[in-house]
Design a binder for this molecule. Structure first.
Ligand code: ATP
Length: 461
């Protein structure tokens, strides 16, 4: 691509990202945390639609990774843990990013993300100065105190990842479930990192959620399982509507991997702001169990009934970010198209093309007119019929076309209109049928009310 084409592309991508951020605020997907007080950098709140989208993602991950498998069980660990966990895992001494300060404009920057300017020297991206401090390590864990005294003995950290609870509970889970290798423990929960530079909307936050699986195995199975989990995870992303063309796999070179990892793949997504990591799939050997066994003095070994061996299992870890995946879903779904309205005038239709499985609202239910009690009553009864099965929005205000368009903008895959045919006023054949309107094609068809639950469930399954 030429320099000029690249600049134009980057401007288009920035404009696209702006539109997505603005839609998120306008329609209630994502708000800035503590907004009325000026916000808190790196923290976000999910509004009524965002929380549904996020929940659909987490529920589907849980279903695919835990419930549909015989070899994975779940865990919900606490956020605060004994400080020794983080000493054993190495986080207290090494979980840091290199930080530099700009002496001119006082910006605080991540040294490994600063562009190199003239003469190969790093240059402040904010003011252009070369007057930067030497990089120094900045630990990303949030520190707090447990109990009434604030001293060294009461220090605790907000967990920077969910994985460690799984390792320290490995033995309890093993003893209570009697699982045989290979088996996994899955967890979804909050993690906290005092990122030097939170940015790209929710992509790099200070408070976020992770979906992690630790899959324990015999040492000789590790490399094969690494590949197996990479493929499983890629399939998952396609099942939620991220196309394979926009997903990348980075085989992390040995010198960039953690020293204990025998192989790591990063699954990346082509966001408008660049290709960035969604998930890491890492073969972590027996490093974590070994560290906790050593520091706690408690055996974390597995006993194999058949071979009569005692050994520390190895582990493959697919570790994904909830918020990053939600952002990828929003970016993938956003679309604008030019269509003709009823009067032949062209207009822009904004539509979020979510996979029905992920869509925050599955179906909109509308009476054709709000001042006809029979239509309203019938529409409400259709909504009541569907509500135990899916998220339904009932709406009666505005022209039908406007109501459709509003649902298009939040990605609702189906809308139902209850009209006079439904009431049987145009003959018995159409009685108890509704207009079913499809978001993507805008096509409409008639369907019997009694067929709706099964039909819609088959689409959002
Ligand atoms: P990065 O290099 O982008 O900082 P990482 O390699 O440190 O990420 P991991 O420690 O592997 O990330 O964490 C696993 C997953 O948790 C990431 O793939 C990402 O989806 C999510 N995650 C990590 N840090 C953040 C963050 N600051 N904000 C949102 N999600 C995050």
């Amino acid at each position: 691509m030429s320099q000029q084409a690249a600049t134009t592309q980057s401007k288009t991508n920035a404009a696209l990202m702006e539109k997505i951020v603005s839609l998120c605020k306008r329609r209630g997907f994502v708000f800035q945390s503590s907004e009325i007080y000026g916000g808190l950098n790196g923290c976000w709140d999910y509004g009524p639609l965002g929380v549904e989208l996020k929940r659909n993602l987490k529920d589907y991950w849980w279903r695919r990774m835990t419930r549909e498998r015989d070899d994975v069980v779940g865990l919900d660990g606490s956020i605060l843990m004994n400080r020794r966990v983080w000493q054993a895992s190495g986080h207290e001494t090494t979980f840091s990013d290199p930080m530099v300060d700009c002496r001119q404009c006082k910006s605080r920057l991540r040294a490994d993300q600063i562009p190199v300017g003239k003469e190969g020297k790093i240059q402040c991206p904010v003011c252009g100065s070369y007057d930067l401090t030497e990089p120094r390590a900045f630990n990303l864990m949030f520190k707090t105190y447990v109990g009434a005294t604030e001293d060294e003995s009461s220090v605790a950290y907000l967990r920077p990842e969910t994985a460690q609870a799984i390792f320290v509970q490995f033995k309890n889970v093993l003893d209570t479930t009697n699982k045989k290798l290979p088996f996994g423990i899955a967890q979804i929960g909050k993690a906290f990192r005092n990122e030097i530079n939170p940015r790209n909307f929710t992509f790099r936050s200070r408070e976020f959620e992770q979906m992690e699986l630790e899959y324990f195995c015999r040492p000789e199975q590790g490399m094969d399982l690494l590949k197996y989990w990479l493929d499983e995870r890629l399939a998952f992303y396609e099942e939620i509507g991220l196309s394979r063309e926009k997903l990348r796999v980075l085989d992390v070179p040995a010198e960039e991997r953690a020293h204990y990892s025998k192989g790591t793949y990063d699954i990346e997504y082509e966001f408008p702001f660049g290709v960035q990591e969604l998930e890491g799939v890492a073969y972590r050997t027996d490093y974590d169990l070994q560290q906790h066994q050593e520091h706690s003095g408690k055996s974390l070994e597995y006993f194999d009934d058949e071979t009569k061996e005692h050994f520390l299992p190895h582990v493959v870890e697919p570790s994904a970010g909830v918020d990053r995946t939600v952002l990828a879903l929003l970016c993938a779904a956003y679309d604008e198209e030019t269509i003709m309205d009823d009067k032949g005038k062209s207009e822009t239709r904004i539509v979020l093309r979510f996979h029905p499985r992920m869509a925050p609202v599955k179906v909109g239910v509308f009476p054709l007119l709000k001042n006809k009690p029979e239509l309203v009553e019938k529409a409400r009864s259709v909504a009541t019929l569907l509500k135990p099965h899916m998220n339904v929005v009932y709406s009666e205000t505005g022209a039908i076309g406007k109501r459709y368009r509003k649902q298009d903008e939040v990605g609702t895959p189906f809308c139902l209109t209850i009209d006079f045919e439904t009431l049987g006023e145009r003959g018995d054949e159409l009685k108890d049928t509704v207009t079913l309107r499809h978001r993507d094609s805008m096509q409409q068809e008639r369907m019997k009310i009694s067929d709706l639950p099964a039909y819609l469930l088959s689409k959002i399954g």
